[in-house]
Design a protein around this ligand. Sequence first.
Ligand code: ZN
Length: 203
Amino acid sequence: MLWYQSIPSWFQNLFPKFIWQIPGQKKTVYLTFDDGPHPEITPWVMDELDKFNLKATFFCVGDNVRKYPETYKTVHTRGHQTGNHTMHHLKGWQTDTELYIQNVENCHDYVDSNLFRPPYGRIKRSQANILRKHYRIIMWTLLACDFEKNLDCHAAITGLKNKTKKGDIVVFHDSVKAEQNLKVLLPQYLQFLNENGFNCALL
Ligand SMILES: [Zn+2]
């Protein structure tokens, strides 16, 4: 359901309590990276961001923070922000609510943040209703689809460029699965943002 490159507004309106985009006057987009940290890919992403002096939000899987605490620390020391993406990247629709909440809390032991993004964008209302008391639930408007095998990167980057508008929340993945596509898409996308006068902000 959330695998389209851009999320239509009628769909966003079905879930008005989630944060899909950040309306504002300025030409700002919000870059997010899910599923890290990873000891090689995450620093690579930050190096790319540094080339344009951009800051981003990294939605971390708690178990990866446990494995790579030093990488996680550098995300903060380099001026970026982190959010909770559950301890084990759970699918909300297929997980009992109590277990799901416990898994988010477990991640919170590693990721001290009030931002939460449900893996796959899939979360039950019962889960969201509890988490909303403690977290801002951050969805997205644009998905890079970097995790897709056999992605047509040329079509993907063209689509991203054409659809980008102020206030968008954009998702990439600092994961092994996405690495190959990410390394093609991200440099081109950051260049595009720079050339078109977009700035980036934290959530
Ligand atoms: Zn994820």
